[in-house]
Design a protein around this ligand. Sequence first.
Ligand code: BG6
Length: 489
Amino acid sequence: MQNKESFKPCDLIIYGALGDLSTRKLICSLYRLEKSGLIEEGTHITGVDLHAKSNEDFIQVARQSLDNFLNEPIDNKIWTRFSSRLAYLQIDLTQMDQYQQLNAIVDNEKRVLINYFSVAPFLFRHICQGLKHSGVLTKESKVVMEKPLGHNLKSSQEINDAFAEVFNEDQIYRIDHYLGKETVLNLLALRFANSIFTSNWDHNTIDSIQITVSEEVGIEGRWGYFDHTGQTRDMLQNHLLQILTFIAMEPPVNLEAKSIRREKVKVLEALRPITPSNVAEKTVRGQYAAGFLNGESVPGYLEEEGANTDSTTESFVALRVDIDNWRWADVPFYLRTGKRMQNKRTEIVINFKQLPHNIFKDSFQQLPANKLIIYLQQQEGVEIHMLNKVPSIDGNIKLQKTKLDLSFSEKNKEKPLFGGYERLILEAMRGNPTLFLSREEIEQAWIWIDSIQNAWSHQNEPPKPYPAGSWGPVASVALLARDGRDWEE
Ligand code: BG6
């Protein structure tokens, strides 16, 4: 991705600096950027939160975050440089007059103001108005925030309207942390830098596509958030749909944000709606029951701390998605994602079509079709499943299955691997919006998700139980079996 601006120093202000996201992820990511020399000289980082703290207290909080979550030894020289950038401001974010304090720290002449909203969405409007009220914003200022950006189309529009009252669209950086992952971005390279895939990437050669994002974790003490949200809003509306758009989109004219976003929106617009009349055959909702994961027994969803035992929230969803456009006519995309599944993995399986005629019946009555498997996490790489000849002097040609295996982790092991947040914070500092979501794509995704939620509410069926540590409810196997296919295991 190219730098859009000369990389000016920033006033990075983190609202909710004492909260979970900030102390687990943001502070560690900023430290790593510092270590790589990627934070511009003269950049200031200010934590804002409700509690009374001095600058020194906040520096202690930051140090504690690194001790707890950095996963590497802290380098004292880097720490000294990093901590010298840190400051703290106590602001009750619901009180407009308190935002005046920002004027004492923000210097728009020397630095670009970046406002990172690491807070619950109900505070978004307050902070936008507080910033406007304080007079610190300029046309150069930016705002960064992440999901949940709404619960449905309506609430998402309300959030976007709150931002639009104060910021122009080009000042708004909406994060989906999957777009900060090296391997997700590599999908662009794989598809658009390799000619073998340009001519083999449509309904003529592809039979079907699977996207699996399975997690081992349960809801990790987030009952309040998760039970109101469910796996469909938590993972499908954003991360899986983002992966799907990268796989399905037309080649963008270049890597500019507007070109890529335009192509992604076209895919989202072409998603065939799931309605009350087809929801039963196209979707499966599941909820984990107690089970075993990595040899340990784990509780079911309804036994988690703070659970409401009547909950019908889904922790798993599988569905058949059809894209109504020229390229993908009659190519089903099967998507599944769930918590407490057998292992953590994000992978894409491209199943190619069977050959029209088999001349190797001695080896296979039906020739297995080629597959391209793209592993995004935990393992990273690409595998192509092919057939080749068994070496022998025998007069017959016998075939065997083989895998062409490209593992990226081996090849890239000398290079520093950046986490999603590092990349996204850096891109926001650079002023490059390519890896962030536009209002249009978020709202388009909600339109499609809302229709599924609406269909489920008509169906009025509880989610199907599945044991923790499994691959989800058996109904998800049946979803593919009905089409004569099965999940790649
Ligand atoms: C978050 C979800 O967006 O993504 C979590 O809110 C989920 O519920 C997480 O566990 C998964 O992210 P990753 O990077 O671990 O795949």
